[in-house]
Ligand binder design. Structure first.
Ligand code: ATP
Ligand code: MG
Length: 166
């Protein structure tokens, strides 16, 4: 299991060079990205997560060419963004069910099993009927983990995870 990043460059239209000729190989296990505000950590993570494109460079996750084959990478990816934006006013359970459908879990029974497991891991079982919009910050973070686990990801990217580790 290996993630290999070669010669990655990204300059935003406003001229900010967020990623400058990055070469990095990450082996199986946990890898932490430390750097000051604006260093380009989130930019790199969004690029690996196929949410934005680099100007040049190559990203390979095992046999998947991430730049060429975004769909294959998304199938094995669990991603927690730094900011989630707006949370809909539906229960955690229903939102997870919706997200699981988007991730391609067609069977209602399979989804229920998966959702129960994800809620259990993230300790959200007791509040599964509550609206996510009304969750506390820490609970929202844990919901973020629950949703990223839905497809049994091989590659997990969490941006600023210290918010829920503390
Ligand atoms: N969409 C964008 N358009 C223009 N500039 C951007 C955009 N996104 C990020 N930047 C700029 O790119 C640089 C890197 O930002 P990025 O968010 O990747 O840093 P970061 O290391 O994640 O920072 P933080 O620790 O504060 O989360 C910053 O100078 C930022 O202002
Ligand atoms: Mg960031």
């Amino acid at each position: 299991m290996q993630l290999q990043i070669s010669n990655l460059n990204k300059t935003y239209p406003n001229g900010v060079k967020a990623i400058h000729n990055l070469n990095l190989t990450i082996q199986k296990g946990m890898f932490g990205l430390l750097g000051p505000n604006g260093a380009g950590k989130s930019s790199l993570m969004r690029t690996i997560a196929t949410l934005q494109e680099a100007d040049t460079g190559h990203i390979q996750f095992n046999e998947i060419d991430v730049v060429q084959d975004k769909v294959s990478l998304r199938k094995v990816l669990g991603y927690l963004p730094q900011e989630f934006g707006v949370y809909p006013r539906i229960s955690a359970e229903r939102l997870l069910d919706y997200l699981a459908q988007l991730k391609g879990v067609a069977s209602k029974k399979d989804r229920q099993k998966l959702i129960d497991r994800c809620l259990e891991i993230t300790n959200l079982k007791d509040v599964r009927k509550k609206h996510v919009s009304g969750y506390s910050g820490g609970m929202k973070q844990r919901f973020g983990i629950a949703q990223l686990l839905l497809n049994h990801p091989k590659l997990i990217i969490v941006d600023e995870p210290q918010q829920f580790l503390m």
